[in-house]
Design a protein around this ligand. Structure first.
Ligand code: TRP
Length: 340
């Protein structure tokens, strides 16, 4: 059976972009793959080290969102990265062999340094972001990694790292399979201002937003900018609200009617948004109910993470024993594993 790993940084509540993109794929994969899904708190610390005060809280929020949308702890391992120490052990081992040039040339690295000017990211840890990411993936000997297009440079670095490790220590064979990217074909989910949905733009519709909040955000959401008055004709393909219809509204006949109404100025944007809200409520209300159900069950949430980490460690520690062995390091006298 193929093994799958993916992770998200705990930056707070997730939004519909996460749900339509990555999470849809993750949920599908848990049905017939051995899946490891991790809230990667060490990765969050790499950029937020100066103020980690929200790290624990944000981790819990991500867990609630994951469970609400349908990740199932019976079907996959759901855990916190820092609970499984093997990630950081492999990170150190891989950091021996990853050439600095790979990290310095990484386009995502350069981009982040430019984008996050308010943070000093010229640290040893942040430069090694892709090394930790490779460790996350390789410590489970993962075959597939479902992520968005924006992660493809990182993934390529993981593949090169696996290859280099195999070249040095594989004795002609391979210790690590080269992980394959499983691209999520993100249906475009724009934010309320028409730009890409993002927490940092303040334009997001969050999974945890109550229905009245979603309703309010959608009511003031941007539409086809060329349609200024009710009597103007609109073009759905230029309207961010229309992208939400494509995601939420499975009723093809109604969509055709709405598109026609928009193009002929037969209906106004308010009508179109009202129709959308019916579908949003139908999809999101049960998700939010599930979220609220979990909110009160602290002990159960802790159990889910504990059990997830246990499952993950069972796999990861086997890999690490093999790593220590191929690295030729002297084993502790404890017979079952490399270290005590
Ligand atoms: N870099 C990813 C992001 O920012 C998060 C991540 C960390 C990840 N480790 C991973 C994703 C391993 C996939 C596999 O979204």
């Amino acid at each position: 059976m193929y093994r799958v790993f993916s992770g998200m940084r705990p930056t707070g509540r997730l939004h519909l972009g996460h749900m339509a993109g990555a999470l849809t794929n993750w949920i599908a994969l848990q049905e017939d793959h051995e899946c490891y899904y991790s809230i990667v708190d060490w990765h969050a610390l790499m950029s937020d080290y100066a103020d980690p005060s929200k790290l624990g809280h944000n981790t819990a929020e991500v867990l609630l969102d994951w469970l609400a949308v349908g990740l199932d702890p019976e079907k996959c391992a759901i855990f916190v990265q820092s609970h499984v120490k093997e990630h950081i052990e492999l990170h150190l081992a891989l950091s021996m062999i990853v050439p600095l040039g790979w990290l310095e040339r990484n386009p995502t690295y350069k981009e982040q340094i430019l984008n996050l000017q308010n943070k000093d990211l010229s640290t040893y840890g942040f430069l090694g972001y892709p090394v930790l990411m490779a460790s996350d993936i390789l410590v489970y000997k993962s075959h597939k990694v479902p992520v968005g297009e924006d992660q493809s440079a990182h993934l390529e670095l993981s593949r090169e790292t696996a290859r280099r490790f195999n070249h040095f220590y594989g004795k002609g064979g391979e210790v690590f399979p080269e992980p394959e990217i499983v691209l999520t074909h993100y249906p475009k989910i724009p934010g309320t201002d028409g730009r890409k949905m993002s927490k940092s733009y303040g334009n997001s519709l969050d999974i945890a937003d109550e229905i009245p909040v979603l309703d309010k955000k959608i009511r003031t959401m941007m539409t086809d900018p060329a349609r200024e008055r009710r009597t103007d004709r609109g073009e759905p393909e230029k309207c961010p609200v229309w992208d939400l219809h494509k995601f939420f509204n499975g009723d093809g006949e109604q969509r055709a009617e709405l598109a026609n109404g928009c193009r002929t100025a037969g209906i106004g944007c308010v009508d179109c948004k009202k129709a959308l809200m019916v579908h949003v409520e139908k999809r999101m209300a049960p998700i939010q109910e599930r979220r609220r159900g979990f909110e009160g069950r602290r002990a159960e949430l802790d159990d889910i993470l504990h059990e997830g980490a246990r499952k993950a460690r069972a796999r990861a520690s086997r890999t690490m024993d093999e790593v220590y062995e191929v690295l030729g390091m002297l084993k502790c006298k404890a017979a079952t594993s490399h270290s005590c």
